[in-house]
Design a protein around this ligand. Structure first.
Ligand SMILES: Cc1cc2nc3c(=O)[nH]c(=O)nc-3n(C[C@H](O)[C@H](O)[C@H](O)COP(=O)(O)OP(=O)(O)OC[C@H]3O[C@@H](n4cnc5c(N)ncnc54)[C@H](O)[C@@H]3O)c2cc1C
Length: 458
């Protein structure tokens, strides 16, 4: 009986899964599909515990959905996959294409190692596969807005049908997954495809209408919280876009467009990384690497305060504590804490990006590292270095009732909301146990601008 191997990576679902359909096609009516996940140290190693735990929970769910057929193996995929293909006599290995720098190298190595057994790439984790949307002259977009326009014009496929039933290969030896990491007090969302679908449907029906307005206020539950599901492919963005298309002319249209625009950001950063794989670690604008950054014991102490959420700037501290408590930070607050690290504490964006990747459950190389470069002003165009977020005015504007800060910073819970973002103005001064601001924002802003001007004048 022909066997097709389906190697799951960032596509941990069975619905809207073109590579699964390709595997079924290759196996034919009498064949079967062997689902496998490979624990690869190159990816498992650098993931923090929240992502490891979420991934393991997604895999438990997927194993149930495959009636227990999902096989775990560990090691270098370029050795594991050819050995498994030989073991079961697989005629082909099917994957959803990976667009990241490591994934592309790994897949090329697997393809070579498989020899005559083809590695078949079908679909991608994006609405439009990275590299597809280009300017008229064939060059990649550097700036988001024109990319997003071309992305919409390009369009995307409708969701693929969920197969009625799959003949999974059974009886193949599976290894034990790595031990479940301890999360201490971190709370994660429920994992897996059904949880992703339920989260999307709840958001679409209850909160999407207010999304265009509410997406910037971290104190309200205004966003979808789908990022971890999208990261691991528990749901595909095309499924979301197909639902949004139905709302495109209705009263929710502004919010539907706004939500699709955020999915366009996700595709944009993957596209930038596809064209410039080195930008995962290197400055997209290399001249800013020469800018003066702070080091030494004082700088290290400030970075430690940032990581612990003890800078004395309430919105920054709330964000950093949310990161430690939920392995997640609201998008507006990601921008504020990132700006603070780079422009108030004069640290390279790479330090913050690494810290985020160690803690975020949705940690994704393209969105995270280019999100950081965007804020630092070293990346895609829109936020030049001289735009420096003021943490106090940002807090007052986007968390006007102080509810987000008061949720994450218990020391400030007794303050009148009008003092929450400036506890030093409270009648009794800064409450006991909460730090005074670790820097003077106005003067650090000037230092940042001066260093930027010097670096760009060279
Ligand atoms: C410094 C920094 C680091 C970031 N790191 C990550 C990361 O590691 N992983 C990650 O998925 N997102 C990252 N983002 C983008 C964004 O903050 C999150 O996607 C968003 O907060 C997730 O919450 P949500 O699902 O409720 O978003 P929603 O507002 O509901 O948006 C829906 C989806 O659109 C996508 N999206 C939204 N905003 C962005 C954006 N700016 N860039 C790319 N995609 C976006 C996400 O997939 C998100 O789930 C980062 C942003 C910044 C500024």
């Amino acid at each position: 009986m022909p066997t097709a191997l389906l190697w799951f990576r960032r596509d941990l679902r069975l619905g809207d899964h073109p590579a699964l359909l390709a595997a079924l096609d290759a196996a034919g009516p009498d064949g079967d599909v062997l689902p496998v996940f490979v624990f690869d140290d190159r990816l498992w190693g650098p993931s923090g515990n929240p992502r490891r735990r979420f991934l393991l929970d997604c895999l438990t769910d997927l194993r149930e959905q495959t009636g227990g057929a999902l096989v775990f193996r560990s090691g270098d995929p370029a050795q594991v996959l050819p050995a498994l293909a030989a073991e079961v006599g697989a005629g082909s290995v099917h994957v959803t294409a990976d667009a990241g720098p490591y994934g592309r190298r790994r897949d090329a190595a697997v393809e070579r190692a498989l020899g005559e057994v083809p590695l078949v790439r079908t679909g991608s984790p994006y609405a439009v596969a990275p590299g597809r949307v280009v300017k008229r002259d064939g060059t990649p977009f550097q700036v988001f807005s024109p990319f997003a326009r071309a992305w919409r014009e390009h369009g995307w496929h409708s969701p693929a049908a969920r197969p009625d039933g799959v003949a999974w290969t059974t009886g193949v030896r599976s290894e034990d997954p790595p031990p479940t990491p301890d999360l201490d007090d971190v709370t994660l969302p429920p994992a897996g495809e059904a949880a992703a679908t339920a989260a999307w449907q709840r958001f679409r029906d209850e909160r999407l209408p207010g999304y265009a307005e509410g997406r910037n206020t971290p104190g309200t539950n205004g966003t979808s919280r789908l990022s971890a599901y999208l990261k691991y492919g528990c749901i595909h963005p095309r499924t979301l876009l197909a639902d949004l298309a139905g709302l495109d002319t209705g009263p929710d249209s502004e919010s539907a467009r706004s939500y699709a625009n955020e999915l366009a950001w996700r595709d944009f950063y993957a596209d930038v990384l596809w064209h410039r794989p080195e930008s995962a670690r290197e400055y997209l604008k290399p001249e800013l690497q020469a800018m003066g950054y702070d080091s030494g014991p004082d700088a290290e102490e400030l970075v430690a305060a940032w990581k612990a959420g003890r800078t004395g700037f309430p919105i920054v501290d709330a964000g950093m504590r949310q990161l430690l408590g939920e392995a997640y930070v609201h998008n507006r607050v990601r921008m504020i804490v990132a700006s603070f690290l780079v422009k108030d504490l004069h640290q390279e964006w790479t330090l913050g990006a690494e810290h985020f990747m160690a803690h975020l459950v949705d940690g994704d190389l393209a969105s995270n590292n280019h999100g950081w470069q965007w804020v630092a002003g070293t990346g895609t165009d829109a936020s030049p270095y001289y735009r420096v977020f003021n943490p106090t005015t940002q807090g007052k504007k986007f968390d006007p009732d102080g509810s987000y800060v008061q949720r994450w910073v218990p020391e400030l819970r007794d303050l009148d909301p009008k003092h929450v973002h400036e506890p030093w103005t409270a009648p009794g001064g800064v409450p006991a146990g909460y730090p005074e601001p670790v820097v003077d924002h106005a003067s650090e802003r000037l230092v940042a601008l001066e260093r930027y001007t010097r670096a760009t004048r060279r």
